[in-house]
Design a protein around this ligand. Structure first.
Ligand code: ZN
Length: 307
């Protein structure tokens, strides 16, 4: 139940991070294995597979994150706009930012990593086996690739929540409202559109008309407790865990992988970063996950052909 205490901001707090690493980080100094055949052997027997995905999977589809060096929208990085304070101060600017990100997604497609995960879920479900994706990504590329069992712990760019009545809804309109059409340009010299709040996306529930916000988890906000409860159930019952496009020591996997590893369940990382030698995970596959994952999740010789 440990994850309930975390807010989005707290998870990236280095002190908490260190605390999380302590109980399980130092047990085994061996480097994780990169033996694909050994992974495939375990994969072939796994009945419940949890796949934790992070920004690296989206990055391979060219989705901008607006974080890190060069990651700016106008003069700001995501953490300056993806915050409740920013939205109450300047809802027009924050909506321009999200409108831009929604529109960008119309030009992006799932990459081989998304597709391999979706294909694996579909194939294994016919064998009575389960694959669940737990993702921090808000771009819905897993959904578009065909994954069905998805826990979006940070919400979605394509959902809205009413600030007045709390109603949440899927929203794929492009543009999301007339006033945002053609707005949201990312260049640093673009002026704010300063759209009047009445012309920003509004709730369509009967007689509400409240201001809508993106249904994503902003910095400083608590993760949805229902989604976390479901994630915990998946992690408590999985017999194989994959960490894809993020390191096991970096949020969100850092929040989840320890409880899986503590049960003695194999954890396999697929990412571009080396894992510190002290990390106690069974496998690490280095490289773009669009390259490593399809081979790892392909049909195993022992799988029955059920169509
Ligand atoms: Zn409403």
């Amino acid at each position: 139940m440990i994850v309930r205490q975390f807010t989005c901001r707290a998870i990236i707090n280095p002190h908490l991070h260190a605390h999380l690493r302590k109980p399980w980080g130092c047990r085994d100094m061996a480097r994780p294995s990169s033996d694909l055949a050994a992974f495939r052997e375990i994969f072939s027997r796994a009945k419940k597979i949890a796949i934790i995905t992070g920004a690296g999977v989206s990055a391979e589809s060219g989705v901008p994150t607006f974080r890190g060096a060069g990651g700016y929208w106008r003069k700001w990085q995501a953490q300056e706009l993806a915050a409740p304070e920013a939205f109450s101060r300047n809802p027009s600017r924050v909506w321009e930012f999200y409108h831009y990100r929604r529109e960008v997604m119309l030009t992006k497609i799932p990459n081989p990593a998304h597709l391999a995960i979706a294909e694996c879920e579909d194939r294994l479900s016919k064998q009575g086996r389960q694959v669940t994706v737990i993702t921090q990504n808000i771009d819905e590329l897993h959904r578009r690739a065909g994954s069905k069992n998805i826990l979006e712990i940070h919400g979605s760019l394509f959902r809205t929540r009413c600030m007045s009545c709390g109603h949440e809804a899927a929203n794929y309109n492009s543009p999301i409202c007339a006033a945002l059409e053609g707005k949201g340009a990312p260049d640093p010299d673009t002026h704010d559109a300063q759209i009047p709040v009445q012309q920003l996306p509004r709730c369509e529930q009967t007689s509400c008309h409240g201001l809508l916000r993106p249904a994503v988890v902003w910095f400083g906000e608590t993760l949805d407790s229902d989604i976390l409860t479901n994630a915990e159930k998946v992690l408590d019952s999985c017999d194989l865990c994959l960490v894809v496009g993020t390191s096991s020591v970096v949020y969100p996997a850092a929040m989840f992988a320890p409880q899986v590893a503590a049960r003695g369940v194999p954890v396999a990382e697929f990412n571009m970063e080396d894992t510190p030698a002290t990390m106690r995970f069974k496998f690490h596959f280095h490289g773009p996950c669009g390259t490593t994952l399809p081979a790892a999740l392909a049909r195993h010789d022992t799988e029955q052909n059920i169509e």
